[in-house]
Design a binder for this molecule. Structure first.
Ligand SMILES: [Zn+2]
Length: 283
């Protein structure tokens, strides 16, 4: 018992130290202009898109309390125009908490499926929606149109595309990235749903892909992401048809074409598991 307490004490000390140093370490903040009027704000590994046009600001994802404060500071270096719209990419707390730091006077917008599922998280407050939609909604900053498109269930059942046709920019969070594997077991989503949603994204006319994590890319990165999911599904199903177990598939299956993608080593086995689960259930 004594030993247990001692271990706890030492562990607590270490954890405490970890927290201290994490707090002392300032976050990495970056703002990139990805097209005329369109910017990508990064706080450590999280990205949010914002649009400044015709004396109006539209922001997406405040992320968390600390991030939201810095986000607003960065916007104020560019414009004094009021923030009129706050668009939520999807309901996950690490992306859309902290909106209260923007004050008031703006309209929160998100997919109807997040209605009633918001509220506080460990990252801060997720403000309730003022406006929701099920398929598509256009928001106008003067004459600049920002389209919000729900491509069907993907990483979550409320994850949308933010598309600015006149600037040829598309922003999507968590469902796509530049040369990186889907998160763990596809975040619990169905791989075939991700693929189908990404096909809707790929059909839009854009040049700049702004993802919620990682570097900015282009249409080609959406296309190769779809190819990855298709290659994965085909390879897993082929082995399932041969009667191989999940463990056997995880042991033997490699997709060397994608070996240099981020998370390949960490997540390939979990990605396989997600496909196996979907197509076992489908039988
Ligand atoms: Zn997410």
């Amino acid at each position: 018992m004594k030993r247990f307490i001692l271990i706890q004490l030492v562990l607590g000390l270490f954890l405490g130290m970890g927290q201290l140093s994490a707090q002392d370490e300032p976050p990495t903040i970056k703002v990139q202009k990805v097209a005329e009027d369109v910017y990508l704000y990064s706080y450590n590994i999280h990205n949010s898109l914002f649009v400044v046009a015709n004396d109006t600001v539209l922001v997406t994802d405040p992320q968390n309390t600390d991030s939201a404060q810095r986000y607003l500071e960065e916007i104020r270096k560019i414009t004094q125009a009021p923030v009129r719209y706050m668009v939520y990419s999807h309901r996950h707390g690490d992306h859309i908490s902290g909106g209260d730091q923007f004050g008031s006077g703006f309209t929160t917008i998100g997919h109807v499926n997040m209605q009633g599922k918001l509220g506080p998280t460990s990252y801060g407050e997720r403000l309730p929606l003022d406006m929701s939609f099920s398929d598509k909604l256009s928001v106008f900053l003067g004459d600049l149109e920002v389209q919000l498109i729900y491509p069907g269930p993907n990483e979550s059942d409320d994850n949308i595309i933010v598309f600015i046709p006149d600037r040829k920019v598309a922003f999507q969070v968590d469902t796509v990235g530049v040369r990186r594997l889907p998160w763990r077991v596809f975040s619990g989503g169905k791989p075939s749903n991700w693929r189908d949603a990404l096909k809707i994204l790929a059909d839009l006319e854009f040049d700049v892909l702004a993802p919620g994590h990682g570097v900015v890319g282009g249409k080609e990165h959406v296309v190769e992401y779809i190819e990855y999911i298709e290659d994965l599904i085909n390879a897993v199903r082929e082995r399932m048809d041969r009667g191989e177990s999940l463990e056997q598939i995880q042991e033997s299956l490699q997709l060397p074409e994608y070996a240099d993608w981020i998370f390949y080593e960490q997540f390939l086995k979990m990605n396989i598991e997600a496909v196996h689960k979907e197509f076992s259930e489908a039988r």
